[in-house]
Design a protein around this ligand. Structure first.
Ligand code: ACO
Ligand code: LMR
Length: 590
C-alpha cells in the first residue's frame, strides 16, 4: 500500500480518462492557489477534439486531448503519477486496467462513476492487491493532500470554495469517509475547529470500495504527518468491525474520532435503504448503534452527533493556525485560440513576433510554410522546395477542371470571389486535392513496410484508385515535366524513402496502364514527407497528424488560387460573354 508522504514528495502529473470540465477546472484552480508552477492535469483522454481550454488563475491554458491513452508518447506516459477516471461505469474496468498497464509511475487512481458492476470492482481489487497503487472509488470524489494534490471533485469544484475551505496548506488530521458529500463536511469540521488536514479521501459509497475504510485508516496510521483520524461511517456493511479490530490489535495507535450515521433507520419497521448502495442495515450488527458500540469498546472517540466532532476537535487545537488564504480574480473565457497570430499590447503579432518583423524576416515561401506548420521555419531546403512548388502549381492551362469552372463562372458574369470559389470547389480527390491522400498512402506503405506489389493489389482489391498516381494528359511516353523537375529539385540529399516508395508504386502501375504515372500530387506528397522527416525530424505520428489536418493539400489550394485568379482577370479583360456548349459538344443519349 502506497505511503501518503509519496504524494507530498511527487509533483503530481495527472491524466484524466474521459472529460469533466468542472472537476478538471477545480483541480487546476487548486494547483494555482497552492502555488504549483503548472497544472497537474497534463492530458485528457477523450474523442472529438484535440485540446480543451481551461483557466490557470486569470489566464487560459490548453490541455491536450488524445483519443486513447496508448497514443500518449511513452516518454509522457512515464511521467504520469495519477489518474482521474470519469468515464462511464461500463468503461471503468477496461480503462483503469489500461492505465495500470501503460503508466509505470502510477500512484493513485480516482474512479468517479457510480453503478460500476460489482464484478468489475472485485477484479480491480484483485488487480491492485499486490501493487503500490491507491484506488479510490468507485463513486469517489477523490483524494486531497493539502498543498500538493487535489485529485477529483474533493474539496469543492468552485475556486471560491477552495479559497474558503482552508485546505491550501498541510495539517495533521486525516479525513476518511465513504461519502463524497460528507468528506467535504468533515474537512470543514476539521479546519473550522482550527486544525489542518493532512489528507482527505472519499472512498465511494458502493458496496465494495476498492480501498476499504480500514485500509485508508491504516494509510493514516502509516503517515508520519498525521496525528489523528476523523472518520464518517454509516449503517450497512461491516467496515467498522475491521476498524475496531485495528484498534484492539494495536495496528491503529492514533486517535480515531468517528461519527456513524443511520441511527434513524432503527425507527423503521423495515430496514430502509439510504443513498449509498451499502447503506442498509440487514442485521443488528450492521446498524449504526451496533457499530458505535463496537468502536467505542475498541477505544475510538464516538461522537453522538456530527456537531460533537467539531466540539471535540476544538479541544485538540495545539495553537493558533494562520490558514493560507489565496483567491483567484475575475477571468474571461476567450472565443478562439490561435497559435498563428494575435494581438499583444495593441500590436498584431505573427508567429510569435511583431507582424512587420515576421514579414520582413521571411520570404513568401518561408512565411507560407511557417504559417501552414504553425511554427517559424528555418530549413533552407524546405523553404526552397515550397517556393518551387508554389510557383510550379500556379497554373496548368485552362483545360483543367478547376480553371475551366472559374472561366465559366467569370463568363457568366460572376465576381472574383465567386469565380475563384467555383474553381477551388473543383479541387478534390481526382484534381489537385490528392496530395494529402497520396501522403497518407505513402506514409502507411512505408510505415507498414508494405511491398509495392501488395500496396497496389490492396487498392485493386478494394476497387480504389491510388492517390498520386495517374493523369489525364501525361503517360509513360509523355512524362509530366513538373514531376521530373520536382524529383530533380529534391536532390534527395537527406534520404528519400517516401519518394522511393512512390516510384516503386509507379513502376508497377505503369505496367497496367501507361497513364498511371506518379503525378505531381503524388510527387509533392512524397518529397514533402521526406523533407519533413529529414529537415524537421518529424516522426510518424507527427506526419500522420499533418495528414489528418489536410496540410498536404494546402499548397495546391494556395498556389492554384493564383492561377484561377489570373484566368478570372483574363476572362474579364477579354470578356466574350456567357459560355454555352453547342449541341456538338454534347452527346445526348435519349
Ligand atoms: N490507381 C489505380 N488505378 C487507377 C488509377 C490510380 N490512381 N487511376 C486510374 N486507374 C484505373 C481506373 O481504376 C480504371 O481502371 P479500369 O479501366 O480497370 O476500370 C482506369 O485506370 C481508368 O481510370 P479513369 O479514372 O477512368 O481515367 P484516368 O486514368 O484518365 O484517370 C485520374 C486520371 C483521374 C487522375 C486518375 O488517375 C485518378 O483518379 N488518380 C488518383 C487521383 C490523383 O492522384 N489525382 C491527381 C492528378 S494530378 C493533379 O490533379 C494536379
Ligand atoms: C494540374 O496541375 O492541374 C494537372 O496536373 C491536372 C491536369 O489535368 O492537368
Amino acid at each position: 500500500m502506497i505511503d501518503i508522504q509519496k504524494f507530498r514528495l511527487t509533483e503530481a502529473q495527472i491524466v484524466v480518462l474521459g472529460s469533466h470540465p468542472q472537476i478538471i477546472q477545480s483541480m487546476l484552480d487548486y494547483d494555482f492557489l497552492a502555488k504549483r508552477q503548472q497544472p497537474s492535469v497534463v492530458a485528457i483522454i477523450a474523442t472529438g477534439r484535440k485540446q480543451e481550454r481551461y483557466f490557470w488563475g486569470e489566464t487560459e491554458v490548453i490541455i491536450p486531448v488524445v483519443s486513447n491513452l496508448s497514443l500518449l508518447r511513452e516518454a509522457k506516459r512515464k511521467t504520469i503519477t495519477a489518474v482521474l477516471n470519469v468515464q462511464s461505469a461500463r468503461r471503468v474496468l477496461s480503462s483503469t486496467k489500461q492505465a495500470i498497464e501503460l503508466l509505470p509511475q502510477l500512484q493513485v487512481v480516482t474512479i468517479f462513476a457510480e453503478q460500476t458492476p460489482e464484478s468489475h470492482t472485485l477484479d480491480l481489487i484483485e488487480l491492485v492487491a499486490d501493487k503500490n497503487i491507491l484506488i479510490t472509488g468507485p463513486a469517489s470524489v477523490g483524494l486531497l493532500v493539502p498543498g500538493y494534490l487535489k485529485l477529483g471533485a474533493i474539496g469543492g469544484t468552485q475556486h471560491r470554495q477552495l479559497s474558503d475551505a482552508d485546505i491550501l496548506d498541510s495539517g495533521n488530521t486525516a479525513v476518511v469517509s465513504t461519502s463524497g458529500g460528507m468528506v467535504n463536511e468533515l474537512i470543514h469540521t476539521v479546519t473550522g475547529a482550527g486544525i489542518g488536514v493532512s489528507f482527505a479521501v472519499a472512498l465511494g459509497g458502493d458496496r465494495f470500495p476498492i480501498t476499504s475504510p480500514a485500509q485508508a485508516i491504516l494509510l493514516a496510521e502509516k503517515d508520519k504527518q498525521t496525528k489523528r483520524i476523523v472518520y464518517f461511517g454509516e449503517l450497512g456493511g461491516s467496515d467498522e468491525y475491521e476498524i475496531a479490530e485495528l484498534l484492539t490489535s494495536k495496528k491503529l495507535t492514533k486517535e480515531l474520532i468517528v461519527y456513524i450515521a443511520g441511527t434513524v433507520a432503527e425507527l423503521f419497521e423495515e430496514p430502509p435503504q439510504f443513498g449509498h448502495a451499502k447503506a442498509m442495515a440487514q442485521t443488528y450488527d450492521e446498524s449504526a448503534t451496533a457499530k458505535k458500540k463496537i468502536l467505542k469498546k475498541a477505544g475510538a472517540v464516538v461522537c453522538e452527533t456530527f456537531a460533537d466532532m467539531r466540539t471535540f476537535l476544538e479541544k485538540r487545537v495545539e495553537g493558533e493556525r494562520s490558514p493560507v488564504k489565496r483567491t483567484i480574480g475575475s477571468r474571461q473565457r476567450s472565443m478562439i485560440v490561435s497559435h498563428i497570430s494575435g494581438e499583444k499590447d495593441e500590436t498584431v503579432r505573427l508567429l510569435g513576433k511583431d507582424l512587420i518583423e515576421t514579414v520582413e524576416g521571411n520570404s513568401v515561401a518561408s512565411l507560407v510554410l511557417s504559417m501552414l506548420l504553425g511554427q517559424q521555419v528555418t530549413s533552407k531546403k524546405a523553404i526552397a522546395f515550397v517556393d518551387y512548388v508554389f510557383r510550379l502549381l500556379m497554373d496548368h492551362g485552362p483545360y483543367v477542371s478547376g480553371a475551366l469552372n472559374t472561366i465559366v463562372a467569370a463568363r457568366a458574369g460572376k465576381d472574383l470571389v465567386s469565380s475563384l470559389s467555383a474553381g477551388l470547389l473543383t479541387i478534390g480527390p481526382r484534381f489537385g486535392g490528392a496530395i494529402n491522400a497520396a501522403a497518407d498512402g505513402w506514409l502507411s506503405g512505408v510505415a507498414g513496410e508494405v511491398s509495392a506489389q501488395e500496396f497496389v493489389e490492396s487498392f485493386a482489391r478494394r476497387g480504389e484508385v491510388i492517390s498520386g498516381i495517374g493523369h489525364k494528359k501525361y503517360h509513360i511516353d509523355l512524362p509530366d515535366p513538373r514531376v521530373k523537375a520536382l524529383v530533380g529539385f529534391a536532390g534527395n540529399s537527406n534520404g528519400d524513402r517516401y519518394l522511393q516508395f512512390a516510384r516503386s508504386i509507379e513502376a508497377i502501375t505503369t505496367t497496367k496502364k501507361s497513364n498511371l504515372i506518379l503525378n505531381v500530387d503524388g510527387a509533392i506528397a512524397a518529397i514533402l514527407l521526406d523533407i519533413l522527416e529529414s529537415e524537421f525530424d518529424y516522426d510518424q505520428q507527427q506526419l500522420h497528424e499533418l495528414v489528418e489536418i489536410e496540410f498536404f493539400n494546402a499548397l495546391f489550394v494556395l498556389s492554384r488560387s493564383v492561377g484561377f485568379t489570373a484566368h478570372y482577370l483574363d476572362q474579364r479583360r477579354h470578356d466574350e460573354g456567357l459560355l454555352r456548349l453547342s449541341p456538338g459538344d454534347v452527346r445526348y443519349i435519349g
